[in-house]
Design a protein around this ligand. Structure first.
Ligand code: ZN
Length: 300
């Protein structure tokens, strides 16, 4: 499943092709993915200009000129790719090599946005072998009411994620740090990999009670201030690296993604801890049904 940095990488890869383009034609190869496509989907968006491409948590937001927004989720195996129009009206310079493409098997090309941008014609193709992805169409001024967005916490990329905010959410909590950080109501879009990595960077045990990082008066402890910085840094680093491509996520040039080789603890069970001078070994434990990787020697 793609995590937030991958979705952000997808957004950045698609933006040059999609922003400012008009949707000449929408092709749907089937009536549904995980959910049915919006009623009259093509009729509602054809001829419209895409004004911007945004993201909330792991959802892409394709904002149209008339106040409608397409919400797109990649599910387990979804990917987009950009192709120059086959009719030769465009050129072969697809705007930006695309990331995260994994399946190019035409039988899994379920959605094609045929776009016009000035003289250029490109196709943005959504491919999804397992079809857990989906697209919804909502009015932009009602985005906050969209069920998946209604209770989402702040993004881990922006200033809204502060130590004071986390202290307010952690106060009095005996729940482990790991599961607290995975709660999408606390932080939006933070997943298993980056929670493990951030906790390792902050030298904090995933098993520790979240409330132990808050003072009696409700202030963040220095450790929580540090953890907040580490969460933001681990996400920023992953986005900068072009998103991770874990195991089956292959970039267009066929190489495995950067983070495959650079996770410090995630999926590193039995490996020596990389904290300088630590000498510990990365362990795996299961918390709330999910694997947690950490070093018991330096994460306390
Ligand atoms: Zn260690």
């Amino acid at each position: 499943m793609p995590e937030l940095p991958e979705v952000e990488t997808v957004r950045r890869g698609l933006a040059p092709a999609m922003e400012g383009a008009s949707i000449r034609k929408l092709h749907l190869a089937r009536p549904d993915l995980r959910f049915p496509f919006p009623e009259d989907f093509a009729a509602l968006i054809e001829g419209k200009t895409i004004i911007s491409l945004g993201r909330r948590a792991k959802y892409l937001l394709i904002e149209l000129e008339d106040g409608l927004t397409i919400i797109a989720h990649l599910g387990m195996s979804g990917s987009f790719r950009i192709e120059a129009a086959a009719d030769g009206a465009g050129n072969n310079n697809a705007p930006g090599a695309f990331h995260y493409a994994r399946s190019k098997d035409g039988k899994h090309d379920h959605v094609v946005f045929h776009l016009d941008k000035g003289e250029e014609r490109v196709s943005v193709i959504y491919n999804d072998p397992r079809r857990f992805g989906f697209m919804h169409l909502v009015e932009r001024n009602k985005l906050d009411l969209y069920p998946a967005f209604a209770e989402l916490g702040p993004e881990p990329t922006g200033n809204a994620l502060s130590a004071d905010y986390l202290a307010s959410r952690f106060q009095g909590k005996s729940q482990p740090l790991k599961s607290t950080l995975l709660d999408q109501k606390v932080i939006a879009g933070l997943g298993n990999i980056y929670v493990c990595e951030a906790l390792w960077r902050a030298h904090l045990s995933p098993l520790r009670a979240a409330g132990t990082l808050v003072t009696k008066t409700g202030e963040p402890t220095p450790q929580l201030i540090d953890l907040t910085e580490k969460i933001r840094a681990v996400i920023a680093d992953a986005i900068a690296a072009g998103g991770s491509s874990l195991r089956d996520h292959i970039q267009t040039d066929g190489t495995l993604g950067y983070f495959q080789h650079s996770f410090s603890v995630y999926d590193q069970e039995g490996q020596p801890c990389r904290t300088p001078g630590c000498g510990g070994t990365v362990e795996r434990v299961v918390q709330a049904g999910r694997s947690t990787f950490y070093c018991a020697a330096c994460q306390t």
